[in-house]
Design a protein around this ligand. Structure first.
Ligand SMILES: Cc1cc2nc3c(=O)[nH]c(=O)nc-3n(C[C@H](O)[C@H](O)[C@H](O)COP(=O)(O)OP(=O)(O)OC[C@H]3O[C@@H](n4cnc5c(N)ncnc54)[C@H](O)[C@@H]3O)c2cc1C
Length: 371
């Protein structure tokens, strides 16, 4: 029970109001669920935008890979020079309004456990909800991943994860070691190299991909990540599956020697880093561009994890508990994948709640009429 003793019954609870959660909200409305009694969207961030509201200001809209429109309302033209955080947050705010999604925020979902009468129990800092099905769309931003290296705690300089990066200016004149082989590492190196000395270290030699990122290629990447989560393994990082896109800016930076990877160091010293061959390097700052993990802690009481460490899902449905869907997870962890996942989760949940009789899914003509 929450402080007021209330447990609010609802058909579906959506946790997270990023691209994935809003897409789910849209398809829930289209399927005839009403905000309030039919579904509730809970998000612990202060404003609209999902993780985009936290992206560093120098990640302008023009530099983002590609932000796909949410279903039913295009983002429209936006100034590529504006921070993505501003552009996407304003778009999501408009979207929530347009479809009356009534996102409840800030509401932190602390635990989801078995409830009464086959329902789930969603415990938050703003009370308890009791849904018949749950869509978890919590992304990864809340779980920055920091590997451990010996000596890390002795380092006298500054260490930060990309999640805490706000722009290159504060590193002017410093020597910065950037750790990680992903897109964030590459973007930060290109910015930092303008004002600082940089060293790039990666666990594996980065693979730059010159060919265009076309649809076939996209499908094959998604298939590979899908295969992993079907086997109950944690989803691989996107770059692990794709390689790095060699854009013109990246080609230019490589030609200027800005993107010259070194192998991973072995330990951290008070003043820098050291490699197994005895080589050392003094540094003022270590930036961990080492990615994120899926934010699934709130689901721990349901014991959904497999021995392989991941959650096995078929499409978006958790194999161990068909009331629970994960969207924006694994193969759907991109703005386009999140849209599709929202649609497919709602289709299955609708079938589940109507006793399986409605498995055919969403009929577009009827959905459109609900707005
Ligand atoms: C730096 C960076 C750049 C990227 N650029 C692109 C790009 O250009 N194109 C692209 O397609 N993808 C990009 N991605 C991937 C991107 O994160 C996804 O595509 C998409 O935005 C994720 O949407 P989401 O809804 O799954 O998660 P999020 O946007 O992370 O939303 C999750 C929401 O859940 C909330 N939440 C989390 N836990 C809880 C809880 N316990 N209780 C309540 N609320 C909770 C959070 O507050 C958040 O609002 C990028 C990722 C990063 C890190």
């Amino acid at each position: 029970m929450d402080e007021s003793g209330d447990v609010r019954n609802v058909e579906v609870a959506v946790v997270g109001a990023g691209q994935a959660g809003l897409s789910a909200g849209y398809f829930l409305r289209r399927a005839g669920f009403e905000p309030g009694s039919g579904f509730v969207v809970l998000d612990h961030s202060p404003g609209p935008g999902g993780a985009w509201q936290y992206r560093w200001p120098s990640l302008t809209y023009g530099k983002a890979h590609r932000v796909h429109d949410l279903p039913g309302l295009p983002l429209g033209d936006a100034d590529p020079g504006l921070p993505s955080s501003e552009v996407v947050s304003a778009y999501f705010a408009r979207y929530e309004d347009a479809f009356g999604l009534r996102v409840r925020r800030p509401v932190d979902v602390r635990a989801v456990r078995e409830g009464l009468d086959g329902r789930l129990r969603v415990e938050t800092d703003a009370g308890v909800w009791s849904p018949r099905a749950l869509i978890s769309a919590t992304g990864t931003w809340d779980r920055p991943f920091l590997p451990y290296y010996p000596g890390q705690e002795t380092f006298q300089g500054r260490q930060l994860h990309t999640a805490g990066y706000r722009g290159a200016a504060e590193f002017a004149g410093r020597h910065v070691v950037v750790v990680g082989g992903g897109t964030s590492a590459v973007q930060l190196l290109m910015e930092l190299a303008e004002v600082a000395r940089t060293t790039w270290v990666t666990r594996r030699p980065p693979v730059f991909r010159d060919a265009a990122f076309d649809e076939d290629w996209g499908r094959s990447v998604v298939a590979r990540v899908e295969e992993r989560v079907r086997r109950g393994l944690p989803p691989q990082s996107v770059v692990g599956a794709t390689g790095l896109a060699a854009t013109e800016a990246i080609r230019d930076a490589r030609a200027r020697g800005v993107l010259r990877p070194e192998p991973m160091f072995e330990r951290i010293t008070p003043h820098g880093v050291a490699w197994p061959d005895g080589r050392t390097l003094d540094a003022d700052v270590i930036v961990w561009a080492t990615g994120f993990r899926a934010a699934l802690d709130h689901l721990a009481p349901l014991r959904l994890r497999e021995p392989g460490g991941g959650v096995r899902i078929e499409g978006t449905r958790v194999v161990k508990d068909p009331r629970v869907h994960l969207i924006g997870y694994g193969p759907s962890a991109s703005t386009i994948g999140a849209n599709r996942a929202g649609r497919s989760a709602v289709r299955e949940i609708r079938a589940l709640l109507s006793g399986g009789a409605d498995a055919a899914g969403i009929a577009p003509a009827r959905e459109a009429a609900t707005f």
